[in-house]
Design a protein around this ligand. Structure first.
Ligand SMILES: Nc1nc2c(ncn2[C@@H]2O[C@H](COP(=O)(O)OP(=O)(O)OP(=O)(O)O)[C@@H](O)[C@H]2O)c(=O)[nH]1
Length: 354
């Protein structure tokens, strides 16, 4: 905007110099006017370009530039003599471009200032060249008023478009946030989903490879979940999954990561945890699940969980760790469910009695 206003002002100054050359206006006065008008705007444009206005409330100096332009236009109106009719046209163009950078309140302020400045200019003209306030001056004043009204209407429209754009931007960022949430979370339980968990596990695997710290993966599967669905209905089954997720989350540290692996199966990742400590923790999880009850009308719904856990062996693929945890889980199921089984690297899985 600063450079555009400067270019328009320079063109206006050129026109004024031509008028002076034609002998209609005082050449000396017009020259001074041109230097001050263009110089003032050039100084402001330079300040904006150099970043010297960054800390101001109006860093692009829109208001001072508009005020300067209007003042300069009003003075030009007085100086241009009989050719003053062209001043409102040049001013209209500058005001029109200025409209884009101003708020409605600022535009109203600028408009009011322009009205006062031109009222003074019209009065000044009558004194300066001895002419009386005539019909032509009334027409020029009317043109300035029309231009200002047009700029106000345009500004209003711009504000509406900006508000709509802002709304659309907010809607878009809300949709993106929801998208991100859906891409990483399981909608029912609010836990991480399988895809995101796999990414986190790979990250943790790299950390374990580097640090040599123990990394434990556990598979948790609710026992006879189909029976809950069949007896109490799918909605109670869903509530059971939510309650299970909440119970497990409440039993582990917030640095441990729990994810829904699919259906009624969950994965818990315990980093920097010894296998024995993990087994103790999961035993506590098993007990917490076994003692919780869900209410379905008058009936209470209880369920248990079988857990298989395996420690990551440095250099192996995560799939291998998960496979060992899965085998341990199935040992737990085969041995009567409601128990924790620890997978060992080579020997058969070790079961903790329920
Ligand atoms: N309500 C509900 N049920 C689900 C959801 N996802 C999977 N299920 C059900 O979970 C049940 C899993 O049944 P099975 O794989 O036979 O396992 P189970 O009955 O728990 O038996 P075991 O694992 O052997 O103890 C199926 O009936 C699925 O329909 C879910 O999001 N909501």
């Amino acid at each position: 905007m600063a450079l555009l206003a400067l270019a328009l002002m320079a063109s206006g100054a050129g026109v004024m110099l031509l008028i002076a050359h034609a002998g209609v206006a005082d050449a000396r006065a017009v020259l001074w006017w041109a230097v001050l008008s263009v110089g003032g705007l050039a100084a402001m444009a330079a300040l904006v370009r150099l970043g010297a206005t960054q800390r101001l409330a109006d860093p692009s100096l829109s208001i001072p530039q508009m005020a300067w332009t209007i003042t300069s236009g009003a003075v030009a109106y007085v100086l241009a003599g009989e050719a003053r009719g062209i001043v409102p046209a040049v001013l209209a163009m500058i005001l029109f471009f200025g409209t884009f950078g101003l708020s409605l309140a600022q535009m109203l302020g600028v408009g009011l200032y322009a009205l006062v400045a031109f009222a003074l200019a019209v009065t000044g003209t009558a004194r300066f060249d001895g002419s009386r306030y005539g019909t032509l001056d009334a027409a020029y004043a009317a043109m300035v008023a029309i231009v200002l009204l047009g700029c106000l209407a345009l500004n209003l429209r711009i504000q509406q478009i900006r508000a709509r754009l802002q709304e659309q931007r907010q809607e878009l960022s809300r949709a993106l946030a929801l998208n991100r949430e859906l891409a990483t979370r399981d909608e029912l339980t609010g836990l991480l989903n399988r895809r995101h968990m796999l990414e986190l596990m790979q990250l943790e695997q790299r950390r374990a490879d580097r640090s040599g710290r123990n990394l434990v993966l556990a598979l948790l599967d609710i026992d006879h979940f189909k029976h809950i669905n069949d007896t109490h209905g799918h909605a109670v089954g869903d509530r059971a999954l939510q309650a299970f997720a909440a119970t497990v989350r409440a039993s582990v540290r917030n640095t441990d990561v729990l994810a829904r692996w699919g259906g009624e199966e969950f994965v818990l990742m315990l980093s920097d945890t010894r296998t024995d400590d993990a087994a103790d923790l999961l035993e506590r999880v098993r007990c917490a699940v076994a003692t919780q009850a869900l209410h379905d009308g008058g009936a209470s719904v209880c369920f248990t969980v079988s857990i298989g856990l395996a420690s990551y062996a440095r250099g192996e693929a995560l799939e291998q760790t998960l496979e060992r945890a899965d085998r341990a889980l199935y040992t737990a199921k085969d041995s009567g469910r409601d128990r924790v089984v620890v997978a060992t690297l080579h020997s058969p899985a070790r079961s903790l009695a329920a």
